[in-house]
Design a binder for this molecule. Sequence first.
Ligand code: DAH
Length: 341
Amino acid sequence: MKEQLAKIKEEALASFSSAADAARLNDLRVKYLGKKGELTAVLKQMGKLSAEERPVMGQLANDVRAALETALEDCSKKLEAAALERRLKEETLDVTIPGKAVSIGRQHPMNIALDELKTIFIGMGFTVLEGPEVELASYNFDRLNAEEGHPSRDWSDTFYFDEDSRVMLRSQTSPMQIRAMETMELPIRIIAPGRVYRKDEVDATHSPMFHQVEGMVIDKGVTMADLKGTLNTVVEDLYGAGTRTRFRPHHFPFTEPSCEMDVQCHKCGGAGCPTCKGEGWIELLGAGMIHPRVLEMSGIDPEVYTGWAFGIGLERMALRRFKIADMRLIFENDMRFLEQF
Ligand code: DAH
């Protein structure tokens, strides 16, 4: 039995010090000191010993157990220290390595142009509305007085979702006029920016998706003079004091009378140049007094309330504002272009 104990001690101590990690060390603890371990197995044979031998062997067995426990403790500490050492090495930070440059984005020219417009209109008490791009044809056309058979309803111009031409990608932001009339208390002063869609081929001045900003005012006693005064103020804010405008008669189904507003060419000041194609003026927006039928269809009495509205093409504004020659640049997301703003 004495030899057995000596052998266990020798083997155990050797295996402890060669254990590679804490898990392995724990396995060895179980192997030698566990309930079914080798040392326990030896102790179970104590009953066979004589009364004189028993305390001697008992003492010896206890010494072996103590020696193993001490060795385990030591080895475990060594392994812990080694593990810590390893982690410290692995996680070393070299604070002298140069950092990665953070590239800060910037506003898209379209957003810059839109923000400028919003700021001006919010300053005049307008609310900014947003609405659906997938729109009912009844809002996009019927309730704007463009009834069945109106050329803009043609399948060759408009993206419809169904055979019955009831659901479509809005072709203008004007349906937001109807949505505002439906949901807001009078008087109303809104602008409604957003995407619109038409079946146009892509070229330097066209895209099947572009942006408009709709504007609308409805109140008692509102006249064409308010329309002109407000839009003139906006233009002077955008292009500088003294910038002149002109209003040309036009036709839109939802306004009567209707007009288009031109702005004096910023390049030549009105003398005529390539930018304005020799005209001296550049078209900026469509506008007009809201047609009484449009008010009526939305339950507003045209004898009591009047209103005006306008629609601006935002791309055209941004192109002019930043002197961009080709609209495709606006949508291509080429960093070399975008980084210039
Ligand atoms: N919706 C028109 C278009 O897309 C623009 C427009 C013209 C809007 C006159 C208006 C308006 O609100 O009064 O061509």
